[in-house]
Design a binder for this molecule. Structure first.
Ligand code: NAD
Length: 471
């Protein structure tokens, strides 16, 4: 079989690329080993975790109403129904993708594919399926195979009690206790879900803080909140051994922990993700893999092999769906001869805990590491009417400002709905806005979005919702 463009991988990067290519008139084949489109993000990542976090959030909000004199009896959780509802969300969205592919005449093939050479993929059927053709020849291929949970082979015991993010999202039960290994995005989001459903959650993190890489002043309010929601957070600690006792997993800790040996009903391993390049036959092409295991690409997503482009998690950090989709579109536009480059000033990151943490552009931590001079403008949410009205005053909004040009280079937020607020900051950075542009933009009152303007006013010395003695 011959096609103009083959996209390998049906996640948010791959399907965005395939659909745009079809819209631009290309003949497109989209290959994925899964029976359904959507990739990790939709099938066992961003979307199902957000569905479960919605449940967690609603439970927490209901509990929070106690402070207002409204209380509910303890919730009755039908875990089968929670799981079914989450599955329904996935089914609706993946069904939508199937229709969108069909409408665009994108040919979708379920198979495992590996490069035989720079213009041919060999296909192997999956799950007892059959294939009309076992080879696809292409003019161009976009590699969008994503990433896999980083493995810790020594700890992967043959028991469902030890899970990765896929197992955790299956939500087979609500374990009495859960140990989360790795205090990053996945560990904290899934820990939040299980804690809300009633598990006693413990997090063990190798470094000296949760979410290493994120600015510490943003992590602090979250850490404080999680100390209440979780039963323990162990920093500077690693797991020395795991043993399956049948009824529980016995864990030996090495680090800042008093009780070195503890038992847990389940263990979630969430220590990062690894680009998915194994078994793809890339050695039969000129595609280069860098030291971190990512496919080397230029700013038009081209690899060292003229016919092959790569996007998304497999092509470098940050491993985020929105970055993948943008790269997918850039790759297709580049193929169509348009002057497209992937050169963003800001890629937002969001951790959907409660409170949420979000950042975009330059972080204060990065600025420090690079020895770059920046000015920081902060607004504490305790001074915000809306935050007081809903009892969510723990938030902080800050801008990272270039001292010379007064342009906003980065923004960080912790607080309720921070993940939605960060979009405005990303736009401001992309548009090259100065801090005064943000301050002078009228923000609706009373909303959390005002904190973006107020932080900018703090920087300019014009904030009236705070009192700052004259410098
Ligand atoms: P992560 O890199 O965010 O966090 C892994 C954590 O594990 C780090 O804090 C690290 O220090 C720690 N760690 C590593 N080895 C350890 C060990 N042996 N013992 C204890 N701790 C250890 O990785 P993740 O949470 O697995 O998520 C993977 C990727 O998936 C993220 O980088 C992100 O790109 C993506 N993701 C994004 C979202 C989102 O956008 N909301 C949500 C989930 C995942």
């Amino acid at each position: 079989m011959k096609t103009q463009l083959t996209v390998l991988g049906g996640g948010p990067g791959g399907y965005a690329a395939a659909f745009l290519a079809a819209d631009l008139g290309m003949q497109v084949t989209l290959i994925d080993r899964e029976p359904r489109l959507g990739g990790v993000c939709l099938l066992r990542g961003c979307i199902p975790s957000k569905a479960l976090l919605h449940v967690a959030k609603t439970l927490a909000d209901a509990r929070h109403l106690d402070d207002w004199g409204v209380s509910f009896p303890p919730p009755v959780i039908d875990i089968d129904k929670v799981r079914q509802r989450k599955e329904k969300v996935i089914a609706t969205l993946t069904g939508g993708l199937k229709q969108l592919a069909a409408k665009r005449k994108v040919q979708v093939i379920q198979a495992r594919a590996a490069f035989e050479n720079s213009h041919t993929l060999k296909l192997t059927p999956v799950a007892g399926g059959t294939l009309a053709d076992d080879r696809v020849e292409f003019d161009h291929c976009i590699l969008a195979t994503g990433s896999l949970p980083t493995r810790l082979p020594a700890f992967e015991l043959p028991t469902p009690r030890v899970m990765d993010s896929t197992g955790a999202l299956e939500l087979t039960d609500v374990p009495e206790s859960l140990l989360v290994v790795g205090g990053g995005y996945i560990g904290l989001e899934m820990g939040t879900v299980y804690a809300a459903l009633g598990s006693r959650v413990t997090v063990v993190e190798l470094t000296d803080g949760l979410l290493p890489g994120a600015d510490r002043d943003l992590v602090k309010p979250l850490h404080k909140k999680l100390e209440k929601d979780f039963s323990a957070i162990y920093l500077n600690t690693k797991v020395a051994a795991l043993e399956d006792l049948g009824e529980a997993i016995e864990v030996t800790f090495d680090g800042d922990v008093e009780q070195k040996v503890q038992q847990f009903s389940r263990v979630l391993l969430s220590v990062g993700r690894t680009p998915n390049t194994a078994g793809l036959g890339l050695e039969n092409t000129k595609v280069q893999i860098n030291k971190k295991g990512f496919v080397e690409v230029d700013n038009r997503c081209r690899t060292a092999e003229e016919a092959i482009l790569a996007i998304g998690d497999v092509a470098g950090e940050p491993m985020l769906a929105h970055k993948a989709a943008h790269e997918g579109k850039t790759a297709v536009e580049a193929l169509a001869g348009r002057p497209a480059v992937f050169n963003p000033r800001a890629i937002p990151g969001v951790v959907f805990t409660d409170p949420e943490i979000a950042w975009t552009g330059l972080t204060e931590t990065q600025a420090k590491q690079e020895g770059r001079k920046v000015e920081i403008a902060q607004f504490p949410w305790a001074a915000l009417g809306r935050a007081q009205a809903v009892g969510r005053t723990e938030g902080v909004t800050k801008w990272i400002v270039d001292p010379e040009s007064q342009r906003v280079l980065g923004c960080g937020l912790v607080g309720y709905a921070a993940g939605d607020l960060i979009a405005e900051a990303t736009l401001a950075i992309e548009m090259g806005a100065q801090v005064a542009d943000v301050a002078e933009t009228i923000h609706p009152h009373p909303t959390f979005s005002e904190t973006l303007a107020f932080a900018a006013e703090v920087h300019l010395g014009t904030a009236t919702d705070l009192y700052r003695p004259k410098r």
